[in-house]
Design a protein around this ligand. Structure first.
Ligand code: NAD
Length: 502
């Protein structure tokens, strides 16, 4: 009897994903979707490598990070082309991004010893017999989950500092820019061939979640606020600490004595560069009524010259994520429905994944275009009667990443009153480019810091060490403590702390 062949039901398990160019739609790469067991094996390798890496001295690690830096410098053209093909930004902007990342990498390697090395601290009057010191050992293995919008600068804010602090790193780049991540990890492997100190995982949310559950000693997350909340929830299962670099709705303030042309230039670059897909992008602007009309005219004139198109010939490229185009459209529509006016662009500027600059005025503060991260080349400009009002409106946001202030007389006072992680006075985003300054947000923009000394300490733990130099004449922490000692302590406490009551 001939057996009827059983038709097996095809079960397709996705083991890889394609990356498509947002400018052309062409497939530009295919990468594996790493599973939970891949993640576990990678973290296990990192655990071994972390012990070797941590055993090196600061100068030995710095020398290896310098070699990695050289690899990146030599490959800048190739890396910039890869950024361009995967996420669409113009090559010259990609090169600028790489240059900025190199500045931070150099700083981290050079300063780790000074910031994290053991240092003596004074003891107190009651503990004079103790020598006290503090040092900052590495955590062990750090997982870094990155976004696509600055696929070198942003993840390296965590990766470079975690490595310089002595940790091994497992890096999962965005599924939109895995090739950039792979390039950086391969370059590190050439510079540091001894052990897999920096490794790559590719995939989307599930791979990221597996990394959160893998037992790494910290997750450095950069991405949207919504995903940040999921990452925190997953990390809570294993009490894995997290650094959260999340979204923003940054504002630019223009006072009546500001240099209007310079303010407009910063507003246009801050709002439109990278097609507005910058966590620190200027999305809303508050302008003193005395200079409002002149400022709007200047911004519109400059923005009208910026065209989104095929990156080689344009100042700005496409919107990287197809789903973001709908968000941008919804925010513009909401602003217009609520009484706003488009003085440049508007809904008709959205064509495929290219969005032309849009400048909106008279938009109510309740509109999505003012309250939510748009992540597109749009600006809202609002007229205010004074700087107190401007500050109040800026601080009304649930986000608190960065801000820019254009002013003369009261610039510093205004900057101090804004509740954000960084403020640039008379220049856009300078605080993110100065290596010795910390970068990060408050509120829904996240917590923790990359860059600067704080960024190094973020990937360590503070360890306190005391050494008894001689037995204390006042034996306090012993059952042999006498009544006489208690009386001396009572007198000492009064002398030291009792004079505060008036
Ligand atoms: P996203 O939140 O969609 O993704 C970020 C990363 O998280 C990706 O690698 C993604 O694969 C991963 N991920 C998604 N779901 C996950 C899950 N459940 N568990 C673990 N990992 C998960 O963000 P994006 O679209 O890639 O980036 C844009 C966002 O990033 C914007 O909101 C922007 O403001 C923000 N951003 C912030 C900073 C900063 O310094 N604060 C810098 C750059 C970008």
């Amino acid at each position: 009897m001939t057996e009827t062949p059983v038709r097996k039901k095809a079960v397709r398990i996705d083991t890889a994903f394609d990356v498509t160019s947002p400018a052309t739609g062409d497939v530009v790469g295919t990468f594996p979707i790493h599973t939970e067991s891949d993640v576990a094996a990678t973290v296990a390798r990192a655990r071994v490598a972390s012990q070797w890496w941590a055993s090196l001295s600061f100068p030995q690690r710095a020398a290896r990070l310098d070699r990695w830096r050289s690899e990146i410098v030599c490959g800048t053209a190739e890396l910039a082309a890869l950024i361009n093909s995967e996420m669409g930004k113009p090559v010259s902007d990609a090169k600028l991004e790489i240059a900025m990342a190199l500045e931070h990498l150099a700083w981290a390697g050079k300063n780790a010893s000074k910031v994290l090395g053991s240092r003596s601290v004074p003891s107190s009057l009651m503990t004079l017999n103790q020598a006290a010191s503090v040092e900052f050992p590495p955590l062990g293995v750090v997982g870094v989950i990155g976004p696509w919008n600055y696929p070198v600068f942003t993840p390296l804010g965590s990766v470079s500092f975690a490595l310089a602090a002595g940790n091994a790193v497992v890096f999962k780049p965005s599924e939109y820019t895995p090739g950039v991540g792979a390039w950086l990890v391969a370059a590190f492997g050439r510079a540091v061939p001894e052990q897999p100190v920096l490794q790559l995982l590719t995939g989307g949310a599930q791979t990221g979640a597996a990394l959160c559950r893998s037992g790494v000693d910290k997750i450095g997350f950069t991405g949207s606020t919504a995903t940040g909340k999921k990452v925190m929830a997953t990390c809570a299962e294993t009490l894995t600490p997290v650094l959260m670099e999340c979204g923003g709705k940054d504002a630019l303030i223009v006072d009546s004595d500001a240099d209007i042309r310079a303010a407009a230039d910063a507003a246009v670059w801050g709002g439109l560069s990278n097609a507005g897909q910058t966590c620190l992008a200027v999305e809303r602007i508050y302008v003193h009524e005395a200079v409002y009309d002149a400022f709007v005219t200047e911004v519109v004139e400059r923005s009208a010259k910026i065209h989104a198109g095929a990156p080689s010939g344009s100042k700005i490229g496409p919107i990287t994520m197809p789903s973001q185009v709908d968000v941008i459209r919804r925010h513009i529509a909401d602003a217009l429905e609520q009484g706003g006016r488009a003085v440049l662009g508007g809904l008709n500027t959205v064509a495929g994944q290219f969005v032309q600059p849009t400048v909106l005025v008279d938009v109510p503060e309740t509109s999505l275009a003012v309250t939510e991260e748009t992540f597109g080349p749009t600006l809202t400009i609002a007229k205010v009667a004074d700087m107190d009002t401007a500050i109040e409106l800026v601080n009304a946001s649930r986000y608190g990443l960065g801000a820019t202030v254009f002013a003369k007389k009261n610039a510093t006072d205004i900057a101090r009153r804004i509740r954000v992680g960084g403020v640039g006075i008379n220049a856009f985003v300078a605080y993110a480019t100065i290596p010795s300054l910390p970068l990060g947000g408050v509120g829904q923009s996240g917590f923790g810091r990359v860059h600067g000394p704080e960024g190094l300490k973020e990937f360590t733990y503070a360890k306190a060490i005391t050494r008894q130099r001689f037995p204390s004449p006042l034996a306090l922490t012993t059952f042999a403590r006498s009544e006489r000692t208690d009386s001396i302590v009572a007198v000492a406490v009064k002398l030291l702390h009792g004079r505060t009551r008036s």
